[in-house]
Design a protein around this ligand. Structure first.
Ligand SMILES: NC(=O)c1ccc[n+]([C@@H]2O[C@H](COP(=O)([O-])OP(=O)(O)OC[C@H]3O[C@@H](n4cnc5c(N)ncnc54)[C@H](O)[C@@H]3O)[C@@H](O)[C@H]2O)c1
Length: 362
């Protein structure tokens, strides 16, 4: 579509070869309401699934027509018809599964957060590189319609020099859907805002420092932080980006919006999925060039964060396997996102601005 002279699109292309056999590990909520509906809508080839809870695996296979239910991870690792393992378990179980998959020669799509420690994440990234294994992380917000079109606009220079970027979310999040996440000390940033950290890195590059504030809501049942304010600064650039989240807004005045302002234009929009998670609605995006004050160009968006965007990381992983390149959300790139998250916790705990270590260049 043409938006004020810029060519943009929210459709997600599959690479030429996309019939790789996929084995699922972890058959919980996100696999059932996002991964599998997305893959089915695009005809991807899921051949088997496994969960430590056999009933969850059986239910998932029945509901989504998966031909085989495995009784162990090893069974998936030993199957020649599986090229890609799609892992959606807890982050601490994910690293051990990833190491075994790499040793067995399987490519990986891992869930976010990729790991709960930077050391284990770095180790898995190095093991994969040595073995020639591709790992993508499921930071599928990069394919969410609003962010995808915003990225295309920013790349084409539509907002000029970016100066002030914000993602503002004030919603009532159903944390009860994930009792084990609600029990974490590190909650909001690690399991939710990590998408915004990653999206801002995708749009504007790596920040150099972070100042963060973390709070709870009065008498909240969750253990970790549910209200966060994160401010990123960037070396040598007049750019400041902000993530402002509250997950306990009980009122009907709720919002989930983004606003990217540069000297040449502004992009504003909403993140549809958060208006009624996980059903949601389609995103909105409007663009105003600086030279056309009060003219708002509206994008006609058609793809949804859940499930459509979930095709993106898998498609990108398949593309990387066949071209020898790197997935857009490669695990090595994701180390940068993990570093911003860990630095935000350090900042909030120590009540100071924290310098973010630079991701290593391979
Ligand atoms: N990308 C996203 O937008 C998104 C959204 C929601 C959840 N997630 C992530 O996906 C992961 C799973 O979340 P969920 O919402 O599906 O949780 P869930 O609790 O609904 O399901 C997790 C499933 O994994 C299984 N499991 C746990 N450890 C296992 C192991 N070692 N081996 C095999 N199976 C195991 C459990 O039995 C359960 O069925 C989490 O890391 C979460 O952060 C990502």
């Amino acid at each position: 579509m043409n938006l004020a002279g810029y060519e943009v699109s929210d459709t997600i292309e599959l690479p030429e070869k996309h019939d790789y056999g996929i084995g699922i590990i972890g058959c919980g909520g996100i696999v059932n309401y996002a991964h599998l509906p997305a893959y089915r809508s695009r005809g991807l080839n899921v051949v088997a699934c496994y969960d430590q809870d056999p009933d969850a695996a059986r239910r998932t296979a029945d509901e989504h027509g998966i031909p085989h239910v495995a009784t162990s991870v090893d069974e998936l690792l030993n199957r020649d018809d599986i090229a890609i393992l799609d892992v959606a378990v807890t982050p601490w179980a994910q690293m051990e599964i990833a190491e075994r998959a790499i040793a067995a020669g399987k490519h990986l799509l891992c869930q976010k957060p990729f790991s709960d420690s930077i050391e284990s994440a770095e180790r898995v990234v190095e093991l994969a590189a040595e073995a020639g294994i591709k790992i993508a992380v499921n930071q599928q917000m990069r394919w969410d319609a609003g962010i995808r079109v915003a990225k295309q606009l920013v790349e084409q220079g539509a907002i000029g020099t970016p100066a002030d970027a914000r993602i503002e979310v004030s919603v009532k999040t159903p944390w009860h859907m994930w009792p084990w996440i609600a029990a974490q000390d590190h909650l909001e940033v690690m399991f939710h805002s990590i998408h915004y950290h990653d999206a801002l890195r995708y749009l504007f590059g790596d920040p150099s420092s972070v100042t963060a504030f973390h709070h709870k809501w009065p008498n909240q049942p969750e253990v970790g932080e549910t209200r966060t304010l994160t401010v990123f600064e960037y070396d040598q650039r007049d750019l400041q980006t902000i993530i402002d989240c509250n997950h306990h807004n009980w009122s009907d005045d709720f919002y989930a919006r983004f606003r990217f302002l540069g000297d040449g234009g502004i992009i504003t929009g909403t993140l549809g999925v958060l208006y009624d998670y996980p059903t949601g609605r389609v995103d909105t995006l409007e663009y105003q060039p600086n030279h056309e004050p009060r003219a708002w160009h509206k994008a006609e968006l058609s793809t949804w964060w859940i499930p459509d965007a979930f095709v993106g990381p898998m498609a990108s992983l398949m593309e990387a396997i066949q071209t020898g390149g790197e997935p857009i959300t490669a695990a090595r790139d994701n180390l940068g996102t993990l570093r911003t998250c860990f630095a935000a916790y350090e900042s909030a705990t120590q009540k100071r601005t924290v310098t973010i270590p630079r991701p290593e260049v391979p």
